[in-house]
Design a protein around this ligand. Structure first.
Ligand code: TXA
Ligand code: MG
Length: 338
């Protein structure tokens, strides 16, 4: 299949919308990461997403709509707490899990009785969904297990020849995926930290829980995505705590073993380190910048000869929770043996 690059102009969006109506899959920009969209009501279209990504069938997809009044078409039981979350955070980098009313294709929800809904704030994403007049099932537009794409080139690297089209809307803003919140109970539960922080949600609705490090069996019914390998760079990744001297010791030890060492760190730490390849992902004092650059950093080392990547451990405050969640999942000691 030839993958076509489309601009984000109204004419091209119409073309993309027609492809979606014809049950093709199309990658599009959102403010978090690029998504790989298909008609969420059509089994054939949804199957193409799983196939293009190599995604396990038991990992459900987020359904993207363009306006709040669309949500009620796909869910039942919107509690006052859930409504408050919708009013406060949608559109935005926020995904809400609610009871499904069965409208979307069963493969979208992977057989769960709940459905994940998001309204992107990105104008191209919303215009596309509206033009297609369809709810779009859309995971991140990367090969399963790889870092999520934060520009159209990343999508092309992973999915060229596997999807109908890529809409090039430039770099995404936030750079990490949406916050996923289960709002089916009395208290909202954060299943995946993201652009909307725990503190933001507390301010909006009071109490909020964070799904802890669940065992694989516990995690499965809650958020199937938790149990798979994620965000993998080609070389193994190790997280290093401590000061710059301690970090440098690790670099030296690997180099003495004959390894080429890459480092992902804040510019503050990097000025004190000496390694083979480095990627400065912004300042410790501007974690939004670190978030926006993290997936670039993970992909950057794939084009180098590093044998191992060492990454700085950031604070868990604010968006730091999402940064550390992704880095921990990318880290080698968290990998499942396959
Ligand atoms: O920012 C984002 O959320 C991006 C953009 C494209 O919208 N999408 C994204 O999708 O990150 P994906 O498929 O890569 O991650 C969706 C996550 C997975 O961890 C999945 O298991 C979880 O949401 N999920 C989806 N439906 C669920 C459900 N009904 N219950 C629990 N978790 C669900
Ligand atoms: Mg993903």
């Amino acid at each position: 299949m030839k993958t076509e690059f489309l601009d984000a102009n109204p004419f091209a969006l119409q073309q993309a919308a027609q492809r979606l109506q014809a049950h093709e899959v199309v990658a599009f920009p959102t403010e978090t990461v690029y998504g790989l969209g298909a008609d969420a009501t059509n089994e054939t279209a949804v199957a193409k997403i799983f196939q293009a990504k190599g995604r396990p069938a038991d990992n459900p997809l987020i359904v993207h709509v363009h306006a709040r009044n669309q949500i009620a078409h796909y869910v039942t039981d919107i509690s006052p707490m859930a409504q408050a979350l919708i009013d406060q955070f949608m559109p935005g980098p926020f995904t809400i899990i609610l009871k499904s009313n069965g409208t979307v294709a069963p493969t979208v929800t992977a057989g769960l009785d709940t459905v994940a809904i998001r309204i992107p704030a990105h104008p191209v994403a919303r215009d596309l969904i509206e033009a297609a007049a369809l709810p779009l099932a859309a995971p991140s537009a990367n090969l399963s297990g790889k870092p999520s794409p934060t520009n159209a080139t990343h999508v092309y690297e992973d999915l060229n020849g596997r999807i109908a089209a890529i809409i090039d809307g430039g770099a995404t803003g936030i750079g990490l995926e949406s916050t996923v919140v289960d709002a089916t109970g009395d208290v909202p539960v954060i299943l995946r930290p993201g652009g909307v922080t725990k503190q933001d949600i507390e301010q909006a609705v009071g109490r909020v829980e964070l799904a802890g490090e669940l065992t694989e069996q516990e995690a499965q019914p809650k958020s199937p995505g938790m149990k798979y390998n994620h965000y993998e760079p080609d070389a193994p990744l190790v997280l290093i705590t401590g000061d710059s001297a301690f970090f440098q010791q690790h670099i030296n030890t690997y180099q003495q073993e004959g390894k080429k060492v890459g480092v992902i760190a804040s510019k503050e730490l990097l000025t004190q380190l000496d390694a083979d390849h480095t990627y400065a992902c912004g300042s410790k004092d501007h974690l939004e910048e670190v978030a926006a650059k993290l997936y670039y950093a993970l992909r950057y080392f794939n084009d180098t000869d590093v044998d191992i990547i060492l990454a700085e451990i950031f604070t868990q405050e604010g968006i730091g929770a999402a940064i550390m969640n992704r880095l921990s999942k990318a880290a080698t000691y968290n990998k499942k043996q396959q």
